[in-house]
Ligand binder design. Structure first.
Ligand SMILES: N[C@@H](CCC(=O)N[C@@H](CS)C(=O)NCC(=O)O)C(=O)O
Length: 235
């Protein structure tokens, strides 16, 4: 039996952060199909593995723990797998990076596709806020010694949760939405290089091979992905 069960749609997006951490740690997990996810979501709250609204949902079988909300799941795994620095400031900065990443996902997808992009709004977003987000990650890494070809987001000797989250965010977004690569490379060159390094380790390359085979070039899915791709002149 696998160590964990990850309930997430057949997409990268938020689920990819959890997959990346599990793969980096050498853990095994299974992913039940969409029916199991919708079933868990629609159960009476009292019957859910943990009271929750929407995936990702992770069950840790050894510990008998189920958790939802991507930042909470990552905090749990980061602590359990010793991927969060002991230093209180660096620990808090790790959680900030997770929260920043979740904000970026929300902003690019207009909060789960509550509205679709217009050309004017997309141009404003990619001309200001998205570059600023990239710069925020870059400045954080540089402040802790991140270089073009070495270093980590928070100055740790080994990659931690902060690096895995940063890499999953920027690498996955630019691999699936390649027209954004230039924006990220221009505003966060060291972060782009770190993301490439992290996502190219054997464990993470194998995880990506698996998800690429299962999900193709999809990123967040749904109508909002179609809207993003329309803005990127893909359709
Ligand atoms: N704040 C939550 C957001 C969860 C969320 O929006 N999940 C999406 C997929 S990434 C979903 O399935 N939404 C369906 C719904 O909310 O009903 C988190 O960070 O995990």
């Amino acid at each position: 039996m696998a160590n964990y069960t990850l309930y997430y749609w057949p997409l990268p997006f938020r689920g990819q952060f959890i997959r990346a951490v599990l793969a980096h740690a050498g853990a095994t997990w299974d992913e039940p199909g969409v029916d199991a996810i919708t079933d868990a979501m629609s159960k009476d709250i009292a019957d859910q593995p943990v009271p929750f609204m929407a995936p990702p949902l992770l069950t840790d079988h050894d510990a008998g723990v189920s958790l939802a909300q991507m930042p909470a799941v990552l905090s749990y795994l980061g602590t359990k797998l010793a991927l969060i620095p002991q230093d209180p400031k660096l620990a808090a900065l790790t959680h900030k990076i997770v929260a920043d990443a979740n904000d970026v996902l929300d902003e690019v997808t207009r909060f789960g596709g509550r509205s679709m992009w217009t050309r004017e709004e997309w141009d404003a977003f990619t001309g200001d806020r998205l570059p600023r987000w990239a710069q925020i990650f870059e400045a954080t890494g540089r402040a802790h010694g991140l270089n073009a070809d070495s270093g980590h987001m928070l100055g740790t000797s080994e990659p931690g949760l902060a690096d895995l989250v940063t890499a999953t965010l920027w690498f996955t977004m630019t691999e699936k939405l390649q027209e954004l690569s230039e924006l990220v490379g221009a505003n966060a060159p060291h972060v782009a290089a770190l993301s490439q390094r992290i996502m190219s380790t054997d464990a993470l390359a194998a995880m990506r091979d698996d998800t690429d085979a299962r999900f193709g070039h999809a990123w967040c899915g749904g109508l909002i992905e179609a809207s993003i791709r329309e803005m990127l002149n893909e359709q």
